[in-house]
Design a protein around this ligand. Structure first.
Ligand SMILES: C[S@@+](CC[C@H](N)C(=O)[O-])C[C@H]1O[C@@H](n2cnc3c(N)ncnc32)[C@H](O)[C@@H]1O
Ligand code: SF4
Length: 378
């Protein structure tokens, strides 16, 4: 049976963080019930065409899935278990914000089959947390982390961001050191992106943010990378570090361009060489599903040329690189022949290197990944 992953988007948040441009909003909690009903209708519309697939991973992301009543999360997962083919070793992840849980909620998540938690901390520095518009403190995070631990969740990711307003290299290092002391199994480490349309973008344009210069930002990243490696973490994707066997299986599906469907507001799907995505307007989403129609905004056929290019682009973001044999098995072409000029060019400029099995970015190449990636596009 073919394998499939499912992404479920929950757009509700307690308040909007100043840097965030994800499809998420506060003040709409009165619409949670009809949203969940719509999600179930959406899943039911996909169900018949997906009976040849077995579900390998599910990821409930947001927004803040832990901000809504846990019974809704249970309801959606229960629907999937009863109507789709499920793998016995399925990874079921959910994003959770510090300070949004209590013990009873965690029991419902367990009963619902959630076995991996991804928690957004961003930083332990309470002053910086306020500047980001986060509604929790470092202490809230520790309390939630301990609660998860006591409830028996051990596969936990923590998101950190770096190059935050007023953050020093030493602040950044302290964040990572504290997570290592806690024994966190997986760390996602993201450099702040100033997204257009956010408050942070406005402040940046008004020169009101004190951020690191480019060299210091890279220095912090390299220090963190070395520190995590010394402490037994594998650096397996540009922004992701994990202890052995704790890589995120769901994200690997995206990076290896395997099939997935996304349900919920603005979520993306990739199936049968077609990419399609949902509307990001809550009312249209609910209305379309009330009419029994999928709320798809647009779709795009992915040609073989694009698929091969994307396989390379995402593959290079994995630290192990592109498996040359896997490429040949998947596409029936030798990667070295197909991208001969691109590979030679970037090997000569010390951005790419290869061993018997893999083609990968050098350390310098990981910093300049964008430059290499565009050359794979048709
Ligand atoms: C879907 S988001 C949010 C998950 C959850 N609601 C939370 O805030 O903890 C996943 C992660 O993306 C990262 N992120 C969001 N916006 C970002 C930005 N503008 N720049 C860098 N990282 C960002 C944050 O680390 C965040 O935890
Ligand atoms: S970062 Fe997370 S909590 Fe903050 S607005 Fe975005 S999705 Fe919501």
């Amino acid at each position: 049976m073919k394998e499939l992953s499912i992404y479920i988007h929950i757009p509700f948040c307690s308040s909007k963080c100043f840097y965030c441009d994800f499809t998420s909003f506060s003040g709409q909690s009165n619409r949670v019930k009809e949203y969940i009903d719509s999600l179930i209708v959406e899943l039911s519309l996909h169900k018949d065409s997906l009976q040849d697939y077995r579900i390998k991973t599910i990821f409930i992301g947001g927004g803040t899935p832990s901000a809504i009543d846990a019974k809704y999360i249970f309801k959606v997962l229960d629907y999937i278990y009863k109507n789709f083919n499920i793998s016995s070793d399925m990874e079921v992840s959910m994003e959770l914000n510090p300070g949004t849980i209590e013990f009873e909620k965690l029991n419902i998540y367990k009963e619902a089959g959630i076995n991996r938690i991804s928690m957004g901390l961003q930083t332990f520095n309470n002053n910086i947390l306020k500047k980001l518009g986060r509604i929790h403190s470092a202490e809230d995070f520790l309390q939630s982390y301990n609660m998860l631990d006591n409830a028996g969740f051990e596969n936990i990711n923590v998101d950190l961001m770096f190059n935050l307003p007023d953050q020093t290299i030493s602040d950044g290092m302290k964040d990572v050191e504290a997570l290592v002391r806690l024994g966190v199994k997986h760390i996602s480490y993201y450099s702040l992106i100033i997204e257009p349309g956010t408050l942070m973008h406005k402040w940046h344009q008004e020169n009101r943010l004190k951020l690191l210069d480019e060299d210091s930002e890279r220095k912090l990243y390299y220090n963190v990378k070395d520190f995590l490696k010394e402490n037994g973490y594998q650096h397996y994707e540009i922004s992701n570090f994990s202890m052995k066997d704790y890589e995120c299986k769901h994200n690997m599906v995206y990076w290896k361009i395997k099939p997935y469907i996304g349900v919920g507001l603005s979520s993306h799907s990739y199936l049968n060489n077609k990419r399609f995505w949902n509307t990001d307007d809550l009312s249209s989403y609910i209305q379309e599903l009330k009419k029994g129609k999928l709320p798809i905004e647009e779709d795009e056929i992915i040609s073989k040329d694009i698929e091969m290019a994307e396989f390379c682009i995402f593959g290079l973001r994995l630290v192990e690189g592109i498996d040359k044999r896997e490429f040949k098995d998947k596409f029936g072409v030798d990667i070295k022949v197909l991208y001969k000029d691109t590979i030679e060019k970037h090997k000569n400029s010390d951005l790419l290197f290869e061993d018997d099995r893999y083609l990968k970015l050098t350390d310098k190449g990981l910093d300049l990944a964008n430059i290499v990636e565009v050359d794979f596009l048709p």
